[in-house]
Design a protein around this ligand. Sequence first.
Ligand SMILES: NC(=O)CC[C@H](N)C(=O)O
Length: 380
Amino acid sequence: MTTSTRGAARTPAVLVLEDGRIFRGRAYGAVGETFGEAVFSTGMTGYQETLTDPSYHRQVVVMTTPHVGNTGVNDDDPESQRIWVAGYVVRDPARVPSNWRSRRPLDEELAAQGVVGISGIDTRALTRHLRERGAMRVGIFSGAAVPDDATLLARVLEVPPMKGADLAAEVATSEPYVVPAVGEKKFTVAAVDLGIKGMTAQRMAQRGIEVHVLPANATVDDVYAVEPDGVFFSNGPGDPATADHPVSVMRAVLERGTPLFGICFGNQILGRALGFGTYKLKYGHRGINQPVQDRTTGKVEITSHNHGFAVDAPLDQVSDTPFGRAEVSHVCLNDNVVEGLRLLDRPAFSVQYHPEAAAGPHDAAYLFDRFVSLMEGQRA
Ligand SMILES: NC(=O)CC[C@H](N)C(=O)O
């Protein structure tokens, strides 16, 4: 047990939701204050991947699983260079981590990266509240001079909402970089980084793809300068309704007929490029146990999700779009939310969830192979 664990665990903390509901617990990680959108994740494992997923930028993540931190923090599992969640909410943190890969305790890592959290609250009650009322703004406060509840609530009400937030450029790389193919190089892909997770590029590299990761503001010329066999649009934080620039780049890619694959934010951008709308879900999908049906094969897969918005496309008909016919290829079996799109006349598709599986089951790995098949088809 570290000093920070003992120190923070004695410090009271308070979580204030924008509708006035308040939870009192103890500080976890950094002591101080933080704000964001309160969302819950149902993943029972993979907290390092969750914390370092750039799509969680400006979100305070509530873990529904009660024990967090049991395996400590290792240097292998992060999905990016830093923790991105704005705050972290756990019920019963591990007092002593135990795992052969563990390098340090989770609360120490959170504190070192300045991430304010709270522990010892009833995360089931909080999750049920968010499920009934919807994701909402939140603040966590701890330390010496925490003001009265009314003052805290007033500050939470000043937090900008997630609807309308344009955040991809805040998390994406500012300089292009290359992830080399593993083994023989077969394809070159331009990957537009809107908040890409490390494992996504790895899954492509493992299939012989040299991945050129480009900044969120990459132009059509930047994309084609790498002479890509395929173009990829990544996951990312914020409201897809703000992503006008990636939508225009994607339209140019569709126009040229280059094989295209999108994940999560990339799926929402494909939706918009085709002329569909996007909307905010009440509380979103976050976790690693979400059932999705691939309607092209009928197979059901258990998948990893992190999205608060979704594409508004008709489920049971083929749509005519400026780029030919399109259909909903995947659907969530919990609530019928659109989980994938596919063009019938051009080599382009996307999914709303996370086939890179970090963390999560590997059922959806075939999607990377589909992307490879599209690129092979284009060469044939
Ligand atoms: N993981 C993602 O790409 C999330 C996309 C978008 N920010 C959403 O919340 O729906």
